[in-house]
Design a binder for this molecule. Structure first.
Ligand code: SF4
Ligand code: SF4
Length: 314
């Protein structure tokens, strides 16, 4: 649910990742700070979706310290070109009571684009008002069913009616406040447990979302989560360079930075924002070596990458 190869921006970036030759000679030429920073406010979740390898999460569950969050935002907003800030990771961000404060802080530091992905089960009206008032720009909602049965079979532990009602109310509240943000993307992931009913999904949302506010649907596809699942074949042949080390940094809720959001157990740590700045990590020897290796399509020594279908199916 975290990345989506069908997103327009991701698709655009992937076009550039088709050939290693584009990257290898220029592996040093990354921008001074990541263009996207993914900050995991929590790795706790109230769901256990069938396609999400939460049962293999070995990290301690918790929430990011607010001071640490502020340090990251302060650092990344110091440059002219401010990054896109993702306020979620391998968890449900709305479990975090401090989420509205985090959004507010990021906006106060001049971050233009704040984004999060939620399952909407906790998007009750009070929370909705706080998130809208805080200034969130874009919110993707994972909604992987078209009725109670298919939803429950896929988004285990969550309730179809509660989530659906929360989203309907959210749209009304936003309209009532005369706001257009956050824009909503409601995402479907066709799979066996939900019967892959894309047409029904479109009908379900047709009259709920506000197109004038920019709300839209998105259809994603199953991925292996760096080996946490095995939906797609992992062949020896690597098809493309992974663009993450050139464009994005993912910070876990304990402050460790990892190569990407697929690395949900933090096995590919590139630094720690508790002891180093984002810029030090981004421009440091560990990520430089990774860029050199990735540029040559060499992913050996990176356990999550070795099982990742991203670089093999494009
Ligand atoms: S809501 Fe997201 S993090 Fe939670 S189990 Fe589902 S896919 Fe995983
Ligand atoms: S696991 Fe490796 S190859 Fe896959 S997205 Fe992450 S960094 Fe890229």
């Amino acid at each position: 649910m975290i990345i989506n190869a069908r997103d327009k921006t991701t698709k655009f970036l992937l076009r550039f990742a088709k050939t290693p030759l584009i990257f290898y000679p220029y592996y040093r030429r990354h921008v001074p700070l990541p263009a996207v920073i993914m900050i995991e406010n929590t790795n706790c979740c109230n769901a256990h979706c069938v396609m999400c390898p939460r049962e293999t999460l070995t990290r301690k569950r918790g929430f990011m310290d607010f001071k640490l969050f502020e340090k990251i935002i302060r650092e990344v907003s110091s440059s002219k070109r401010k990054p896109v800030v993702h306020l979620h990771g391998f968890g449900e961000p709305l479990l975090d009571d401090l989420l509205p404060e985090r959004i507010k802080l990021a906006k106060a530091f001049g971050i233009n684009h704040t984004y999060l992905v939620t399952n909407a089960s906790l998007l009750f009206p009070e929370t909705a008002k706080k998130i809208i008032a805080a200034g969130l720009d874009l919110m993707k909602i994972s909604f992987y069913g078209t009725d109670e049965e298919s939803y429950r079979a896929t988004m285990r532990r969550l309730d179809f009616k509660v989530a659906l009602n929360n989203i309907k109310e959210f749209v009304k509240i936003r309209k009532g406040l005369n706001k257009k943000t956050p824009q909503l993307i409601v995402q479907y992931l066709p799979q066996e447990t939900n019967g892959a009913k894309t047409k029904e999904f479109q009908s379900l949302w047709h009259s709920i979302l506000d197109k004038r506010a920019g709300d839209r649907l998105n259809f994603s596809s199953l991925d292996n989560f760096g080996g946490g699942r095995a939906y797609n074949p992992v062949t020896k042949k690597i098809a493309s360079v992974c663009f993450y080390p050139w464009s994005a940094m993912s910070v876990l809720c304990d402050g460790r930075a990892v190569t990407c959001c697929v690395d949900y157990n933090g096995v590919q740590c590139v630094g720690d924002v508790n002891s180093h700045s984002v810029a030090e990590i981004w421009n440091g020897p560990v990520l430089s070596a990774i860029r050199r290796n990735f540029g040559k399509l060499n992913y050996s020594g990176f356990p999550a990458c070795l099982h990742c279908d991203w670089v093999r199916r494009r």
